[in-house]
Design a binder for this molecule. Structure first.
Ligand code: SAH
Ligand code: AVI
Length: 322
């Protein structure tokens, strides 16, 4: 009942090398957040979801616990649940339960760049949902969206956790437009978005007292050390996370603590960092309903449902392709 296709190959390694080289050679250095998520990075993210300061996961879980049945009905009782950036699929169980109760659940398609967590999630889900067919894809959803199995029986395409906020506006539009182009009239997108809120709360969520987010942020350096033979000294960088009001997004960086040169063996590249220089590793955009409506419109999607938690901190929205 489990089939998992892995599309991480020599091409993926070459893409990583190219991405990292390009990012490190920019005047304002940056790295892509997709490289946080090796096995350790996925585990650190799971720890983040349990932090007192980090509310999006709890808020999304509360919405799903209360309104999954309504969401599944509004999505037309789809046979298949596709989940982009599925990770541990912890909250997804609410949707699977509602689909099972509605008698429509047939297939779950987890799509994630992290191989270990996708295998583990699939293993647990076949046990929990006897008869469920799992067709997983280990790939980069920014490049391999077309590999998602097509179906004329209705698909609910969930993109939870607020991960859409980790894409830059241009990449986000391109991604949503491609997704819209792949959606049949009966398919629905279920998108999780963290909402604009008080900046002190947002900054606390990304600067937790236990330093888990700092570890998660520095994990990208561990990944580069392993995958590209880089020689980053993790103690020579510190975690920085600020809310950018103008862009309505968290801006997450690593700041060099000294003048230093870092060698990346497989790129045959030496990169200089000045003391205090910051390298961006992630953005996390925060939305309003109006802003999201525009984002959908520009991508050829139309919002058809809006579900928030009691505090109005987080939203799930349903959309269809125009
Ligand atoms: N949906 C889960 C996990 C969110 S963490 C939740 O809501 O808790 C973000 C997830 O997206 C991780 O599992 C990570 O491995 C995956 N991811 C990040 N960038 C990706 C990309 N470009 N392609 C595929 N998966 C990606
Ligand atoms: C996965 N993503 C939505 C998280 C976020 O909040 O942007 C990743 C994260 N980065 C730091 N903390 C959590």
């Amino acid at each position: 009942m489990i089939a998992i296709e892995v599309h991480l190959d020599a091409d993926t390694a070459a893409t990583m090398a190219r991405d990292v080289r390009e990012g490190l050679l920019l005047e304002r250095k940056e790295l892509s957040p997709k490289y946080f998520y090796d096995d350790r990075g996925s585990q650190l993210f799971e720890q983040i979801t349990e932090l007192d300061e980090y509310s999006p996961t709890r808020a999304e879980r509360a919405i799903l616990a209360e309104r999954s049945a309504e969401i599944v009905a509004a999505a037309g009782t789809p046979r298949s649940l596709v989940e982009l950036g599925s990770g541990s699929a912890a909250k997804t169980r609410h949707l699977l339960d509602s689909m099972r109760e509605a008698g429509c659940l047939q297939t779950y398609v987890p799509v994630d760049i992290s191989e270990e967590i996708t295998h583990e999630t699939a293993r647990l889900l076949v046990e929990e949902y006897p008869g469920l067919a799992i067709h997983g894809l280990v790939c980069d959803f920014e490049h391999h969206l077309e590999r998602i199995p097509d179906s004329d029986e209705g698909r609910l395409i969930a993109f939870l956790g607020g991960t859409i906020g980790n894409l830059y506006p241009e990449a986000r539009q391109e991604f949503l437009a491609r997704l819209a182009g792949l959606m049949r009239p009966e398919d629905r997108l279920l998108l999780g978005t963290d909402l604009v809120k008080d900046s002190a709360r947002l900054e606390a969520a990304y600067n937790d007292a236990d330093g888990v987010t700092a570890e998660f942020n520095k994990n990208v350096l561990r990944v580069l050390n392993r995958e590209l033979g880089a020689e980053f000294d993790l103690d020579a960088f510190e975690h920085v996370a600020r809310y950018d009001e103008a862009e309505a997004r968290m801006d997450i960086r690593l700041r060099s603590l000294a003048d230093q040169t870092v060698w990346l063996e497989q790129l045959d590249l030496a990169i200089e960092f000045a003391a205090e220089e910051e390298m961006r590793t992630e953005i996390s955009a925060k939305f309003t309903r109006e802003r999201l409506r525009d984002v959908y419109g520009e991508a050829g999607l139309e919002m058809g449902g809006w579900f928030t938690d009691v505090d109005g901190d987080y939203a799930l929205s349903l959309a269809r392709a125009l």
